[in-house]
Design a protein around this ligand. Structure first.
Ligand code: DGL
Length: 267
């Protein structure tokens, strides 16, 4: 009956929350968006780790049974630290599930990865993909402006399309051309239609949010923690602008967020 805790730098992780709600409707969820300190993607791994530890501590106060690090940047920088800190609580990140979905979906590759600067620089996706498929060619590119576009709700139209061309044209001109493209940031799925249009029909998009939800289900089963329901109403915590979170968060969650369910917290 205890809730699952989910966190991200902002609203992007709500795409993971949506996938978890779809796949595990009986589970109660509490989501923390560190909206005051977004973006994480341009910050150092040390800073992101410090922020991630604070977010996990805040969620631990809600008596969570499992933590989902619904942020690729924080998964890349802080997963071992969070696992050590919360043990024996299971902690699920988004990189390993995303890498697994990529290798399963596009077994012959090549695989392209778009993510934040921090995730690309740390090379976590390249390592995770090649741990599963050692000779898989992987090309990656940072796409930080997608985070701002997503948080602004600018997911479609000429601006989003121009930015998508700016990032994807050089990446997809790599030879041999990538056949799969990992959306390696939880903000990116809301731009999926624009990204798909620009990438073209021969490039399969891999959504790490959906893959992470499946990993949460396996972890709950493995630890005997599945709740058949009924779920409590979802709770939301934001470190800044709870009203804006409720309003724009709807784009990421795919359903309305009750402004009364969003609490302002300080980490
Ligand atoms: N949503 C975060 C991720 O998945 C990144 C956004 C940010 O830069 O804060 O990496």
């Amino acid at each position: 009956m205890r809730p699952i805790g989910i966190f991200d730098s902002g609203m992007g992780g709500l795409t993971v929350m949506a996938a978890i709600r779809h796949c595990l409707p009986g589970e109660s969820l509490v989501y923390l968006g560190d909206t005051a300190r977004l973006p994480y993607g341009t910050k150092s791994a040390d800073t992101v780790t410090r922020y991630a530890v604070q977010a996990a501590e805040a969620l631990r106060r809600y008596d969570i049974k499992l933590l989902v690090v619904a942020c690729n940047t924080a998964s890349a920088a802080a997963l071992p630290r969070l696992r050590e800190m919360l043990a024996p609580l299971p902690v699920v990140g988004v990189i390993e599930p995303g890498a697994e979905a990529a290798v399963t979906g596009v077994p012959d590759g090549p695989i392209g990865v778009i993510a934040t600067e921090g995730t690309v620089k740390g090379g976590a996706y390249v390592r995770a993909i090649q741990a599963l498929s050692p000779s898989m060619p992987v090309v990656q590119a940072p796409a930080p402006l997608f985070v701002g576009l997503a948080e602004e709700g600018l997911t479609d139209g000429p601006i989003a399309e121009a930015v998508a061309h700016h990032y994807l044209d050089p990446l997809l001109a790599t030879l041999p051309r990538p056949r799969g493209l990992v959306l390696g940031c939880t903000h990116f799925p809301v731009l999926k239609q624009t990204i798909a249009r620009v990438a073209g029909p021969d490039v399969a998009l891999i959504d790490s949010a959906e893959a992470a939800a499946a990993a949460v289900e396996s972890a709950l089963k493995e630890h005997g923690l599945l709740n058949p329901g009924p779920a409590a109403a979802p709770q939301f915590l934001a470190t800044d602008a709870p009203g804006r979170f409720a309003h724009l968060g709807e784009i990421f969650l795919g359903e309305p967020i009750d402004p009364g369910a969003v609490t302002l917290v300080d980490l």
